[in-house]
Design a protein around this ligand. Structure first.
Ligand code: HMG
Ligand code: MG
Length: 315
């Protein structure tokens, strides 16, 4: 293991979307915009900034259009948004986005719960949207959720996942992110699935999207790296989760991912210290402590050693 590490890795930031979609409280537009802008300042160049889904389903991101049209970012940053259908695509186009993310599930039950469509119906919609996006020169990322386990159906057959991946490739996506929506994956599952899928999906088109529900996300990153994957999704501070996947905890924290990668000599282009400031801002915006481990360690260090009360003695 760890014999084939890449020199650099793309860190794909999903916090403003996957993170905020699962927050109980609505974060005001200016807070979202500020968070996205500081993430870009920290060196992240791929940021999923919002969703154009039904506000009835995800009210937390109902201001997607305002966010996308207000945020000011340097030209090297590619912003994208999650899009479920043609209506969402029209909004992404209105926002001037040059990249979108389509999503579907590997199981029928999660698909119905998440987008109210069967897998076959979802594929038809994704095909329509991908076709339009291609005509417009808009990049298309795909997400396939629950590939390592489903909250409703349990284990997911890898050959079944491979079939859906082949269909997604046929509709013309530029990159596919494999979603461990409920954080069920372990390193061995990751290696096996990446190997199986790499016969149809080129490794440079594959991304891994881990949630840290069971504490295996970083170990899974190591396994993914060893298997040749060079794009990993993460969320600042470890915010996140799918509201339609009960028990899904936050995403792998971006600070934890960057810390691990840099320690292995892998370049990310991200400034870890600035990223910690992003995590701090995310905590302020949300008014709560986030689960990211590196974030908490760094913030504790920033606030300095806790002064122990000095005991006065006569000796
Ligand atoms: P539906 O209720 O079956 O569809 O929802 P509908 O067509 O009947 O629409 C319902 C209402 O929503 C209508 O409004 C539509 O106009 C409106 P009404 O007439 O009632 O006033 N609507 C929209 N509004 C804005 N933007 C749109 C849009 N579409 C319809 N794009 C639908 C079907 C797909 C819309 C709904 O189920 C939905 O929005 N689902 C999204 C759920 C979601 O965002 N889940 C979380 C993201 S997935 C995830 O987190 C996993 C991931 O991170 C990877 C991983 O971890 O595995 C990506
Ligand atoms: Mg997710």
């Amino acid at each position: 293991m760890l014999e084939h590490l890449p020199p650099e890795v793309t860190v794909f930031e999903v916090g403003p979307r996957d993170g905020l979609q699962n927050e109980a409280n609505f974060v005001v537009t200016s807070g979202k915009v500020r968070l996205i802008e500081v993430l870009a300042e920290a060196g992240l160049t791929k940021i999923e900034i919002t969703s154009f889904v039904s506000p009835k389903w995800i009210p937390q991101l109902a201001d997607g259009l305002q966010v996308a049209t207000t945020v000011k970012l340097p030209p090297q940053v590619t912003t994208s948004a999650l899009v479920p259908n043609l209506k969402g695509y029209e909004l992404a186009r209105k926002a001037g986005l040059r990249a979108i993310a389509l999503f579907m599930s590997a199981t029928e039950t999660h698909s119905k719960k998440n987008i109210n469509k069967t897998i076959t119906q979802a594929m038809v919609t994704l095909k329509e949207v991908a076709q339009l996006a291609r005509q417009d020169g808009v990049k298309v990322r795909g997400y396939l959720s629950v590939v390592f386990g489903c909250p409703y159906e349990g284990q997911v057959n890898a050959d079944h996942v491979a079939k859906i991946v082949s269909s997604l490739l046929e509709i013309g996506i530029d990159e596919l992110s494999l979603g461990d929506t409920i954080g069920a994956a372990t390193p061995l599952n990751v290696i096996k699935l990446v190997k199986l899928l790499s016969t149809t999906l080129a490794l440079n088109k594959m991304a891994l999207h881990f949630h840290d529900t069971r504490g295996t996300a970083l170990a899974n990153v190591l396994a993914g790296l060893d298997a040749g994957v060079t794009t990993f999704d993460a969320s600042v501070g470890g915010m996140g989760g799918c509201p339609y996947a009960p028990g899904a905890a936050g995403n792998l924290a971006t600070e934890d991912l960057v810390y691990l990668l840099e320690s292995l000599g892998i370049k990310t282009g991200v400034d870890l210290d600035k990223l910690v400031t992003c995590g701090q801002i995310a905590q302020e915006i949300l008014g709560k402590q986030l689960p990211g481990k590196y974030l908490q360690a760094a913030l504790a260090q920033r606030s300095g050693p806790t002064a122990k009360p000095r005991r006065e003695t006569n000796v």
